[in-house]
Design a protein around this ligand. Sequence first.
Ligand code: SAM
Length: 328
Amino acid sequence: MRRNATKINEFKQFLGRQEFAKWCDQLLAQALYNIRPERHGDLSRWQAAVDNLPALSTDYKIYDGSRISIGEVSEILPADKQQLKKSLMELHPWRKGPYELFGLHVDSEWRSDWKWDRLAAHLPDMNGQNVLDVGCGNGYHCWRMLGCGANYVLGIDPSVKFLIQHQAINQYARETRFDFLPLASEHLPEDLAYFDTVFSMGVIYHRRTPQNHLVELRNAMVTGGTLILETLIVDEAANGLLMPASRYAQMSNVWFIPTVSKLTEELTKAKFINIRCVDINETSMNEQRSTDWMKFYSLKNHLNATNPAITIEGYPRPKRAILIANGA
Ligand SMILES: C[S@@+](CC[C@H](N)C(=O)[O-])C[C@H]1O[C@@H](n2cnc3c(N)ncnc32)[C@H](O)[C@@H]1O
């Protein structure tokens, strides 16, 4: 009971926002259900790691650089820095980043800043916008959205580990313009129609029903809003869809990978207009790799050792596209 009360406290900032008042009870119930302790054996250990973070405060916050940087080296004592590292390491693996906290570089598996660099030139002017990031991971790109002048960012992701990593970062950022809820896109209200720009990056291939995902994204935005859709793609496939028999690059939850033209068709069906593909990029082993902060296998180990053009399952190696569209 005490834990539940604490968690509600963690969502208090979101619950206080009048624009979401109509759906608050429903979203809170779903969020609490998603993080129920019986589903996550390690939750109390992770929560303890956050509780053990050194108490520090800072006004130094940089959201528009490659590293999300909070706190300066001069603001932390060596013993606290050790404790900071120990607590953050308890939250291993750090897949999304990089971050820099009081001079401590959290070198994540993904150079998430590279994805941002590829899309930045194509983004709408987000100054003063309300922005939704669906499947936001630990929130790395949400900070970048604030760095672009967004008025408010809501990040949702069903992964509790990512929620906890966000809480660790936000313990120091204390950001009032960014909320993170442990929700999946299918938990968003159908009549939301609130966000000016909606991001879905690296999510659609995890959905068994991609068309439903696109409709959820459209429902979340204002009329004429902008969708940024980033996904794995293939150059060609029967009927425009590669459907891995089981794993793809060792991931067990990749249900289909479309061609750009199939994706464009699906976006059109979901009533998006002005659809354009602004970037295609083959993921490199420098962008996704093992580091001290993500010690498990990474892309290198998921490709065929003698022919890195294919995954170990024999599919084309990961290539990703960014599509931008507007809600009609
Ligand atoms: C490949 S990661 C991408 C993270 C981040 N958007 C990025 O581009 O780096 C996919 C994320 O989608 C989340 N996810 C999976 N299914 C989802 C769903 N139905 N709704 C929202 N997020 C989902 C996962 O928990 C994971 O954090």
